[in-house]
Design a protein around this ligand. Structure first.
Ligand code: G3P
Ligand code: CA
Length: 314
């Protein structure tokens, strides 16, 4: 199953049915309380994705952040993948190490501290947690392999972003090889637990060409007239929430993506209840957030798996 567009009315009806079933016919017929009218049909409940893990509560892109997402009850975690000088894939957002590690103290003469100028062994020496809070001191920048193992151990799912692919020629094949080596591309189930996205259309197109069965997403807000070109190689268009309207979301939904199913929209980064409700009303399929608990509370959804999509097969 690919899309389940549940409605408020359907949920209300289901809950009512469950209530009646539990109470039984005597209890239900005995009540004098008017049965509430079903709520009007509305947009689907969006799936919720923990952005860089539950990064409002733990240092972004660390194993602690995905563990925190799991503790909060979220399957889907998002991350950012880049490459070291000696070819190791690592999980970090910025293309420099300065903001989220203590690299300036450990390697003071290596400015501007680019990820691609450091070996994996050097990066493994860095503290990737203390900047966020003393209790996170000692956390490391995970390699992609370590990260994949933890996501799998936690029985979570992954929205993997290839970050700045223009800096890392060939990274698409390397990411796919690493996923394959860790069992993430096995069988029919990959579409239900893995999505690969990028701001680079070329990168998304390359991933689709190398592994056509994989669900992909393009990060951005293409004009409606350009959407068909993207639909040829991707399944989702994932925009910044400030750039969209209900009309644009509807235009995306009218098209079928690379696997013949309606294109979906997962928007980012929504961390407050009001905005979460607003993008839900626009009809988005998913919300990517640093604070997944806040969004869940606002839109009434669960994690991405329950929100809508999520598998091409299986
Ligand atoms: O998943 C969407 C989001 O991660 C895109 O922005 O800069 O946080 O990678 P950024
Ligand atoms: Ca990202």
């Amino acid at each position: 199953m690919y899309v389940v567009r549940s409605t408020t009315a359907a949920c209300t009806a289901a809950l009512l049915g469950l209530t009646l079933a539990v109470l039984g016919p005597t209890a239900s017929s005995a009540t004098t309380t008017p049965v509430p009218a079903p709520a009007p049909a509305g947009p689907s409940v969006p799936g919720v994705y923990a952005h860089r893990g539950a990064s409002a509560y733990a240092p972004e892109n660390t194993l602690a952040a995905i563990d925190r997402a799991r503790q909060l009850g979220f399957d889907w975690v998002e991350n950012d993948v880049q490459r070291t000088k000696d070819g190791e894939l690592v999980v970090i957002h910025d293309d420099t190490l300065a903001r989220t590690t203590d690299v300036e103290q450990v390697f003071p003469h290596r400015k501007p501290w680019r990820v691609k100028d450091f070996t994996a062994a050097e990066i493994a020496r860095l503290d990737a947690g203390r900047w966020f809070g003393a209790r996170f001191a000692g956390l490391r920048v995970p390699t992609l392999r370590e990260y994949l193992d933890r996501v799998r151990h936690n029985r979570q799912r992954l929205l993997l972003e290839i970050k700045k692919p223009e800096l890392y020629p060939g990274i698409e094949r390397q990411v796919l090889d690493t996923l394959d080596g860790s069992g993430w591309l096995d069988g029919q189930s990959a579409g239900g637990r893995l999505v690969v996205q990028s701001f680079s259309a070329d990168s998304v197109r390359t991933v689709h060409r190398l592994h056509p069965g994989l669900v992909t997403a393009f990060l951005g807000t293409p004009p409606v007239a350009d959407l068909p070109r993207y639909a040829a190689f991707t399944d989702r268009i994932n925009p910044w929430h400030t750039t969209i309207s209900a009309e644009w979301v509807a235009a995306v939904h009218r098209l079928r993506g690379a696997h013949g199913r309606p294109l979906e929209v997962d928007t980012w980064i929504v961390d407050d209840a009001e905005t979460a409700r607003k993008v839900r009303r626009m009809g988005v399929d998913g919300i990517i957030t640093n604070a997944p608990d806040v969004v869940r509370e606002a839109v009434g959804g669960a994690d991405g798996a329950a929100g809508g999509v999520r598998a091409l097969a299986g």
